[in-house]
Design a protein around this ligand. Structure first.
Ligand code: ADP
Ligand code: MG
Length: 319
């Protein structure tokens, strides 16, 4: 039977050494949804994706579980776990050159990837590749497959990377700042391709971005991370229109607008060491912090249906 959520993280803590870089992350990815993860640099967004993908040798899961389609990945033998992740989870990076060889044609790289999964069928390849590229609005299949990544624009490369996810039939796509290296004018186009990918294939996506405005456009839900933990999690509209954490409010106030309002930069920085052991990590930067904020244990509470906050001052419908 299909699990209700394609992916579930339960009290997940992971780190590159004995210390956690992300801690206590509990969230689910619903089938077909786009979950955007936002937060400043160093807050653990990339680490969270790597912990799910499970391919970074230095990163260890210290506590908690990753459940993919009802299967607990940590309980599988290592080889089987890697196979399961590779087959079912795709990854798109900020710079697709990171995942592809820049001077090797996409045709060769697509074939190699399919072959490594035992899914290469020479007779069907051209048609299947063309179909995948077409679904993402790329008509000129022959030319694209003959091109090397260095010959195409950043936006085009990201679309090709998405097409590979389709071709491989992956069910989960993890994207790490996929639009950050692109020109502002191309960012929105590529974001629309993520939406299109969801529509044509039903793939479930976690998209990391430091751009909360983009997350509001793209995401069904938004998870806000601060110092390695979830600060807020909820429907994208609710998080951007009525945020339930002072950190999210700070991020929103820092977004420049064309309406003439000057953005208010968020003073200070996240703690360098990742998750803090006691109290709220944001308290030192928080305009509303009380004494108890510095000692209360971390907990994510449901402030309104489906909308969770780690801020203890956000109780019930209180603003
Ligand atoms: N390869 C690594 N080895 C050791 N520490 C790392 C590594 N990558 C990230 N970190 C640390 O993990 C924390 C979270 O980083 P990261 O997940 O890259 O944040 P983000 O993607 O939100 O900018 C940071 O404190 C960072 O220094
Ligand atoms: Mg990152």
């Amino acid at each position: 039977m299909r699990a209700e959520n394609i992916l579930e993280l339960k009290n997940l803590s992971a780190g590159y050494g004995p210390e956690c870089a992300v801690a206590d992350v509990t969230l689910s990815l619903r089938r077909g949804e786009i979950l955007c993860v936002v937060g400043e640099s160093g807050c653990g967004k990339s680490t969270l994706l790597k912990a799910v993908q499970g391919m970074e040798p230095r990163l260890r899961i210290l506590e908690g579980r990753v459940v993919l389609d009802g299967k607990e990945l940590q309980s599988l033998p290592e080889k089987e776990r890697r196979k399961e992740c590779a087959e079912r989870i795709g990854m798109v990076l900020q710079n697709p050159g990171g995942a592809f060889n820049p001077i090797r044609s996409y045709r060769k790289q697509f074939i190699e990837t399919l072959r490594s999964r035992g899914a290469y069928e020479p007779a069907a390849f051209e048609d299947r590749a063309a179909e995948a590229l077409k679904k993402l609005g790329l008509e000129d299949c022959r030319r694209i497959l003959a091109s090397c990544p260095y010959e195409l624009s950043g936006g085009m490369n990201q679309r090709v990377a998405l097409a590979l996810t389709l071709l491989l039939g992956q069910e989960v796509l993890l994207a790490d700042e996929p639009t950050s290296a692109l020109d502002a004018t191309v960012q929105l186009q590529v974001a629309k391709e993520f939406l299109r990918l969801g529509e044509v294939s039903g793939v479930s996506q976690i998209v990391v971005t430091h751009n909360l405005a983009l997350a509001g456009f793209l995401g069904d839900r938004i998870a806000v991370m601060y110092a390695g933990r979830l600060a807020e999690l909820g429907p994208a509209k609710a998080v951007t229109a009525s945020p339930r954490h002072p950190y999210t409010r700070g991020l929103l106030a820092a977004i420049p607008t064309l309406a003439g309002r000057m953005p208010a930069p968020l003073p200070g920085q996240p703690p360098p060491g990742g998750p803090v052991k006691t109290g709220c990590a944001f308290a030192p930067r928080c305009p509303r912090a009380l004494a108890e904020c510095r000692s209360a244990p971390y907990a994510l509470r449901e402030a309104s249906p489906g909308h969770f906050t780690a801020c203890l001052r956000e109780k019930g419908d209180g603003k």
